[in-house]
Design a binder for this molecule. Structure first.
Ligand SMILES: NC(=O)c1ccc[n+]([C@@H]2O[C@H](COP(=O)([O-])OP(=O)(O)OC[C@H]3O[C@@H](n4cnc5c(N)ncnc54)[C@H](OP(=O)(O)O)[C@@H]3O)[C@@H](O)[C@H]2O)c1
Length: 400
């Protein structure tokens, strides 16, 4: 097995991050932002080992090349890095502190999920461009569960016109009710379970594609990765309605009876650290998540910018900006997250008119801001669609 380029750094100076769905949109923006903020904030001898996941080797290769081009640009142009390192700053030193490897996982294919987890926990990982080969991953400090699908087929123009006339552009672009959902597609049992599907006496329940890509796939992946996540102190993070409920409530005394078996497995018996779960959303970001013709895409893009200029706090619009909340959660130190009771909150990326972004508490239906519905109602009255000027809360979670 090869000795990785970060082997010379002390263990606490190595920072391992897994990022799913990293080849486009918010995932790619998150990879870029983590690189930038890691270099800007962590010690000059620390190393970032970023493991973006995609659905194919060629997408992994393209993602790595794109992230590496971003890294080079940051290292060469960032004034912040230059002033931190002093007048003898060498961009190559910054570049040599970031290592990008990749694995492939399809969240709608259980064999692929178990295979990827097995590779990470028991096997080795490489960089498909050939720079780093067959290295063992000792732990994951952070897993960012970002991949997902929208499951929409298009727009209902009549509903759009009605909503626009009733509530105006900002609300329409934040809480749209006019996206048409695709008919619920269920997954091919053979693809999910392999040849063993044919031998089962009772067929397993059917799984819908959107549910599997957005919730169940990550649920299984996080469980299988517990041996790596329980070695460190950090956290898997993700978004979506069902996940909101799973993550925000998993530590409540009444839920622990049900949730504790999820966190225990023979592989984690000797690892007392339970990973923390944090929730984030990127705000509204223009990405290929919503399939649109190019003409409609540009109209949508312009409408999102207009919504921001008219005062919406939830429109970062650009993927790199949308990645603010997730990157902050990934790199924040544990004490400051604990002080904010951050596990009880869904964090969103809030943007000012000029595009300055910051993490903000977002409201979750039935949970409020921190699980206190009364407070949520009171704040809701004063904040919707509130300004984005300081570290605090903003009403509603944008519907995407
Ligand atoms: N855009 C927004 O405004 C917005 C707002 C709130 C939340 N989000 C969430 O942010 C996440 C990223 O979305 P995005 O807007 O960046 O869209 P995107 O550009 O379409 O990115 C989605 C990513 O997920 C991957 N993916 C899809 N299905 C997968 C599967 N079965 N297995 C593994 N990977 C899969 C895609 O890979 P392929 O390229 O191979 O398809 C892609 O990398 C999603 O979970 C989305 O729900 C987005």
């Amino acid at each position: 097995m090869a000795s990785p380029p970060w082997a010379g750094a002390a263990s606490h100076e190595q920072f391992f991050v897994l990022l799913t769905g990293a080849n486009s949109g918010v995932g790619l923006g998150t990879g870029q932002r983590i690189i930038d903020e890691f270099l800007a904030s962590r010690s000059l001898s620390s190393h970032l080992i970023l493991i973006p996941t995609t659905r194919s080797v060629s997408k992994s290769r393209d993602t790595i090349l794109s992230l590496r081009a971003h890294l080079k640009k940051t290292a060469k142009t960032s004034q912040q890095l230059r002033s931190r390192a002093g007048h003898d700053y060498d961009p190559q030193t910054a570049i040599s502190r970031v290592h990008i490897l990749s694995i492939q996982v399809d969240l709608c294919d259980l064999r692929s999920i178990y295979g990827a987890a097995k590779q990470l926990v028991h096997g080795t990982v490489s960089d498909p461009t050939g720079l780093v080969k067959d290295v063992k991953i000792p732990r994951l400090d952070v897993a960012l569960f970002n991949a997902g699908i929208g499951g929409w087929s298009g727009l209902d123009w009549i509903l759009f016109a009605k909503q626009f006339l009733q509530v105006g552009l900002v609300q329409c672009c934040t809480f749209p009710v006019f996206k048409k959902a695709l008919p619920a597609a269920t997954l091919d049992q053979k693809k999910l379970l392999g040849d063993s599907a044919a031998n089962l006496k009772t067929p397993p329940p059917e799984l819908a594609e959107v549910f599997c890509a957005n919730v169940f796939g990550h649920y299984i992946l996080a469980h299988e990765l517990l041996p790596l996540l329980s070695t460190a102190v950090q956290a898997p993070i993700r978004s979506k309605r069902i996940t909101d409920l799973l993550c925000l409530t998993e530590d409540l005394p009444t839920v622990q009876k049900v949730s504790s078996p999820y966190f225990s497995s023979p592989a984690t018996a000797d690892k007392p650290i339970k990973p923390r779960f944090y929730l984030f959303h990127p705000g509204v970001v223009c990405t290929p998540l919503f399939p649109l013709s190019w003409l409609l895409y540009w109209a949508y893009y312009a409408a999102m910018y207009l919504a921001r200029w008219f005062g919406s706090p939830w429109h970062p619009v650009e993927p790199y900006l949308g990645a603010c909340a997730s990157t902050w959660l990934a790199l924040a130190d544990q004490d400051s997250l604990d002080e904010l009771n951050a596990e009880r909150v869904k964090w969103g990326t809030c943007a000012t008119r000029s595009g300055r972004v910051m993490p903000k508490k977002a409201e979750v239906d039935g949970w409020g801001w921190e699980g206190v519905i009364e407070n949520a109602r009171r704040l809701n009255a004063t904040l919707l669609p509130g300004p984005c000027t300081s570290f605090g809360a903003v009403g509603g979670t944008p519907r995407t």
